[in-house]
Design a binder for this molecule. Structure first.
Ligand SMILES: NC(=O)c1ccc[n+]([C@@H]2O[C@H](COP(=O)([O-])OP(=O)(O)OC[C@H]3O[C@@H](n4cnc5c(N)ncnc54)[C@H](O)[C@@H]3O)[C@@H](O)[C@H]2O)c1
Ligand SMILES: N[C@H](CO)Cc1c[nH]c[nH+]1
Ligand SMILES: [Zn+2]
Length: 430
């Protein structure tokens, strides 16, 4: 069960907001070996590691056109409808993120503008180690398509029999993604970063995953391949006052705890009574879960904290910077402006976090492990570069030229100054 902490002083908070410790050095050493193996042996390494980590013996690393074609017939109508509804909601929410940058005349004759240009090739990692997260494919594939990225590659771990879940294949087909690679973990990230015989190297890699996937993505920082954000083991922080429904709160905590043993969930409350009721609910609901083992382990890494007031709880939450924040408090409208660090926020007793995981339209690929202090979740912007343009007329150069010359001279960069002076001389002579 969760560790219970009552009225910790502010000095104790920095220790409390630390996620369960991981030995990153050991992880990095193993991942560096995987990177090297994939760089040198390409597809052969992917086959070897699929056998080692996923128990799958693969002839072909790519899902075949037949596997893709048959997937639809393996899904219920109900599930296909749910996928289509979710697709539509994500599309609606992300389409309105498109930026319309208008040209700005900063001085007469000096015009600047910015244009969003899709990233040429992107790789999507879809987690599949313990559950086939086809919802993540919608979260990444819909904005990739809206942005207009021409080349989209998908990697996901194979099941033991070498198959990929039909819902992932069906969703890939809906999105027009034909290259579905059966590779998981750090080896999938390496394949998309460096390329193999079957997997093209891409410019940017997207997607959440366990610690191996997340650390592998972070290790790419010096390779020239971009990543979306560190989106590791799922987490949720619930702020609950005495208007909260303990059964709902427990259900939300368990919804993220069941993702994996390395997930963490946090309950903050200003009522010791709410904490003990939630604990009872957690025990009862946990028993009913098929993924009880994962959830119980995650709960043992989790905390329930009693604080003095809503203000204190918000301050603690801002320091923790949760991936998901749920406000189960009566006056949530009054505190929205005080939230400074969170990936995605759910308001009131009837906004379960699962709504954002699946269907409301917001993106569920979100920063974990405190990275919400500085990172945003995936959005349409994640799939484009913003290129700036400018055009200066001869009259415009006369207006701005002196400013450039003075600044360049002050920095001691004479050639910069001269690039203006040489033109101004010509403009004056015309
Ligand atoms: N933050 C987010 O936005 C977000 C969204 C969805 C899911 N998630 C998280 O994604 C994760 C999915 O994890 P998962 O494990 O189910 O699937 P996964 O696909 O991320 O990882 C499975 C792969 O991990 C590798 N692996 C497993 N054990 C290994 C070992 N001992 N050494 C080296 N590699 C190993 C294997 O290659 C395997 O294919 C969960 O932690 C979940 O909480 C996060
Ligand atoms: N909660 C996860 C993000 O941390 C996303 C997800 C996918 N499926 C269910 N949940
Ligand atoms: Zn979830």
């Amino acid at each position: 069960m969760m560790r219970k902490i009552e009225y910790p002083g502010i000095a104790e908070w920095p220790e409390l907001v630390k996620r369960p410790t991981q030995n990153f050095e050991d992880l990095e050493a193993g991942i560096a070996q995987t990177f090297q193996l994939v760089r040198v042996q390409g597809d052969a390494a992917l086959r070897e590691l699929a056998q080692k980590y996923d128990g799958a013996q693969l002839e072909n690393l790519l899902a075949s056109p037949e596997e893709l074609a048959v997937a639809e017939s393996l899904l219920s109508e109900e599930l296909k409808q749910a996928i289509l509804q979710t697709y539509s909601n994500i599309q609606l929410f992300h389409a309105q993120q498109a930026e319309q940058s208008k040209p700005v005349e900063t001085m007469p004759g000096v015009t600047c503008w910015r244009k969003s240009v899709p990233i040429d090739s992107v790789g999507l990692y879809i987690p599949g180690g313990t559950a086939p997260l086809f919802s993540t494919l919608l979260m990444l594939g819909v904005p990739a398509r809206l942005a207009g990225c021409p080349e989209v590659v998908l990697c996901t771990p194979p099941a033991k029999d070498g198959s990929v879940h039909p819902a992932i294949l069906y969703t890939a087909t809906l999105l027009g993604i034909a290259k579905v690679v059966k590779a998981g973990g750090a080896q999938a990230i390496a394949a998309m970063a460096f390329g193999t015989e079957s997997v093209p190297a891409v410019n940017k890699i997207f997607g959440p995953g366990n610690q191996y996937v997340t650390v592998a993505k972070q290790m790419l920082s010096k390779t020239g391949v971009a990543i979306d954000l560190p989106a590791g083991p799922s987490e949720v922080l619930v702020i609950a006052d005495d208007s909260a429904n303990p059964a709902f709160v427990a259900a939300d905590l368990l919804s993220q705890a069941e993702h994996g043993a390395d997930s963490q969930v946090v309950l903050l409350t200003n009522s010791a009574e709410v904490l003990s009721q939630v604990e009872k609910e957690l025990q009862a609901q946990l028993e009913l879960l098929p993924r009880k083992g994962f959830a119980a382990k995650a709960l043992s890494n989790s905390i329930g904290v009693v604080l003095l007031s809503v203000e204190e709880m918000i301050a603690f939450s801002n320091l923790y910077a949760p991936e998901h924040l749920i406000l189960s408090i009566s006056n949530f409208e009054e505190v929205l402006d005080k939230i400074t660090n969170a990936g995605s926020v759910f308001l009131g007793n009837y906004s379960p976090e699962s709504a954002g995981d699946y269907a409301s339209g917001t993106n569920h690929t979100l920063p974990t492990n405190g990275y919400a202090r500085a990172y945003s979740g995936v959005s349409l912007d994640s799939f484009v570069k913003k290129i700036t343009f400018q055009h200066i007329t001869p009259a415009g150069l006369q207006n701005i030229g002196k400013t450039i010359e003075v600044m360049a001279a002050a920095e001691g960069l004479e050639a910069h100054k001269n690039a203006v002076t040489i033109r101004l001389k010509e403009v004056k002579n015309v």
